[in-house]
Ligand binder design. Structure first.
Ligand SMILES: Cc1cc2nc3c(=O)[nH]c(=O)nc-3n(C[C@H](O)[C@H](O)[C@H](O)COP(=O)(O)O)c2cc1C
Length: 193
């Protein structure tokens, strides 16, 4: 009888652990930023946002996010390519969208388009997530021709030619804007505690 009772207790504790996911370990961050970046500017943006959150957010690439079940909140960020999310972010949402939907705190995109145009990317991103984030922001990224794959180089060359604009490198990243976004999120989280 005693053995059965102990067995039931162990099963019950095990069951709780399975259904609630592992609790964040002592010192673990409560927020994770999952990002998709081809050429580094989205990764850099994510780092600056995390810095603005006073180091309270962990960073993982959408292509290899691992176990993120212990985080209370999730922030998703993606570069934009041909009007689409990074392929790793799209695949992440497809496979694990249900896992992050209820924890979604913020979305951000990093792109070449100006902010008013970029709002449509944020709307599309939210629709793909199936959730409305508390915060959504578009950031400028960089384009460094020397980093581009031959396919991307050719594709962009053709695009700029078709719109009759110069095909030139740019860097529209803005560290202060990223830090401020991180700070804004952190202040809201602290106010809600
Ligand atoms: C192949 C390619 C396609 C792109 N298409 C778009 C686009 O449709 N709209 C846009 O606003 N920016 C576009 N961009 C600009 C990128 O979104 C921008 O360079 C962004 O900073 C890339 O992020 P990453 O450095 O993390 O890869 C494109 C860039 C590349 C390389």
């Amino acid at each position: 009888m005693k053995i059965i009772a102990i067995g039931l207790l162990v099963a019950a504790i095990g069951g709780v652990a399975v259904f609630s996911g592992p609790a964040p370990a002592a010192g673990q961050k409560s927020v994770v930023i999952v990002y998709g970046s081809r050429y580094g500017s989205t990764a850099q943006t994510a780092e600056w946002i995390a810095e603005g959150m006073a180091g309270k957010a962990a960073l993982v690439a959408a292509g290899n996010p691992g176990d993120i079940s212990g985080y209370e909140h999730v922030i998703l960020g993606s570069g934009i390519y041909g009007d689409m999310l990074h392929a790793d972010m799209a695949a992440f949402l497809e496979k694990r969208g249900s896992e992050v939907r209820s924890k979604l705190l913020a979305l951000f995109v990093v792109c070449g388009a100006p902010p008013d145009y970029a709002d449509r990317y944020l709307e599309k991103f939210a629709a793909q997530c199936g959730a409305k984030p508390q915060f959504a922001r578009a950031f400028g990224g960089w384009m460094k021709k020397e980093l581009l794959s031959p396919e991307d180089f050719k594709g962009l060359e053709g695009y700029y030619k078709s719109v009759n604009q110069p095909y030139e490198n740019y860097d529209r990243t803005d560290k202060a804007k990223c830090l401020a976004f991180g700070k804004e999120i952190l202040e809201k989280m602290d106010a809600e505690k």
